[in-house]
Design a protein around this ligand. Sequence first.
Ligand code: SF4
Ligand code: SF4
Length: 61
Amino acid sequence: MKESRIEISHARCDFCGTCVAVCPADAITLEESAISVDPETCTVCLNCVHICPLGVPEVVK
Ligand code: SF4
Ligand code: SF4
């Protein structure tokens, strides 16, 4: 098990897709009004955390 994972809050996300474009692991799935991160595929590189204009993705221990 990894020590941390990424959580994306639907309530604050505007589904712009910016984080999807910078995910090297292709771990983020974006649909019209839903977004999810596959914890198995995610390497917790933090690209999405740093690039999101709304500061939505969060590292959860
Ligand atoms: S970059 Fe931020 S606002 Fe845009 S889809 Fe990703 S989490 Fe949502
Ligand atoms: S932390 Fe890195 S690998 Fe994980 S979802 Fe974000 S961009 Fe993708």
